[in-house]
Design a protein around this ligand. Structure first.
Ligand code: PLP
Length: 318
């Protein structure tokens, strides 16, 4: 299969899943693959996951496929079973091994689109859409940047904290391909001197980052364990697998856990705040708008160590 790859780069590896290849089939990511009328391309009508693999071991695989299944349910997009995704990802990792170029870390994206309108790829609803996984090396720069403190701005997401319940068609809580708004918010942040964003609801509740979950900690008073808090899922935020894995390990370590509702004031009152996600782990927040926050390197390392335990994630909505 080596002929599928350009020689001039540590290439991406792509694997597609279809009814004839439920275990996945390697394809060349540098060649056109998607039909121009695929609804994923023309309407952003699809769902995805981004996972991290370290030395060929996928972190939190189950939590990611569980969330993909939840997104599939919310959007009504049929997806192949978890075994297919697992086999396709393993096929991709094996391809790197065969070529002798397995990167230390990979970003692994699972993508499912509704496919082409009126032309299901299969009569089997689990294979009616378009499905692939894309594996790409994570650069040493990105890895070195983990843990570097950031400045965030609070941006209005434009709906209230109860919209998810009231208006399920907004697909809040599903990880859809429609990330143009999230990316626009990040561009706005960068243009105004910030590194990242925390979205707030129109009624003033803390939601999430465009690609991350908000986590805050209150250090316990003498002898008490720390208390970790994250916004409540009922606000329509994505159930974060990173936050979930950190919570699972923190619970075992005897820490207290809490779910919002949170307001920006709660962020300022916390001892420390992080944005977390599968590729960035826990990024400490050093400033929100014009207010400085204290950063604790040791606690950041502790959260990263929790994450490495890779414990099963159990969200209150599951
Ligand atoms: N919230 C949003 C909107 C995201 O896009 C992401 C990840 O990309 C997260 C939260 C964090 O999710 P995870 O920890 O599962 O990577």
């Amino acid at each position: 299969m080596a002929e599928h790859f350009r020689e001039d780069s540590v290439a991406a590896v792509a694997v597609r899943i279809d009814v004839e290849h439920p275990q996945g089939m390697i394809f060349d990511p540098h060649q056109p693959q998607l039909r121009v009328d695929d609804l994923g391309a023309v309407r952003g009508d699809g769902i995805f996951e981004t996972m991290n693999a370290v030395e060929g071991e996928v972190r939190k695989f189950q939590a990611h496929v569980d969330r993909l299944a939840r997104s599939a349910e919310l959007t009504g997009i049929g997806i192949p079973p978890a075994e297919s995704w697992r086999a396709a990802v393993e096929l991709g990792i094996e391809e790197y091994r065969t070529r002798g170029v397995l990167p230390e870390e990979l970003s692994i994206r699972l993508v499912a689109t509704r496919g082409v309108d009126g032309e299901p790829a299969s009569d089997d609803p689990a294979f009616a859409g378009t499905y692939w996984t894309l594996l790409t090396p994570i650069s040493p720069e990105m890895r070195a940047g983990r843990g570097r403190p950031i400045a965030v701005t609070l941006l209005d997401r434009g709906y209230d904290a109860r919209a998810a319940e009231r208006a399920p068609w907004l697909l809040l809580g599903a990880k859809t391909l429609s990330y143009a708004v999230n990316m626009a918010a990040l561009r706005h942040a960068k243009a105004t001197g910030f590194d990242d964003v925390v979205f707030t609801s129109s009624d003033g509740k803390v939601l999430e980052g465009p690609t991350s979950t908000v986590l805050l900690v209150h250090r316990g008073t003498e002898g008490e364990p720390p208390r970790l808090t994250t916004p409540e899922l009922e606000t329509g935020i994505l159930p974060g697998t990173t936050q979930g894995a950190i919570f699972a390990a923190a619970a075992e370590a005897g820490w207290q856990l809490g779910y919002g509702p949170l307001t920006p004031e709660d962020l300022y009152d916390a001892d420390h705040v992080w944005l977390c996600s599968s590729l960035r782990y826990a990024t400490p927040v050093a400033r929100i708008e014009d207010r400085e926050l204290e950063v604790d390197q040791e606690l950041t390392e502790q959260l990263t160590a929790f994450l490495k335990q890779d414990l099963p994630v159990n969200h209150p909505l599951n």
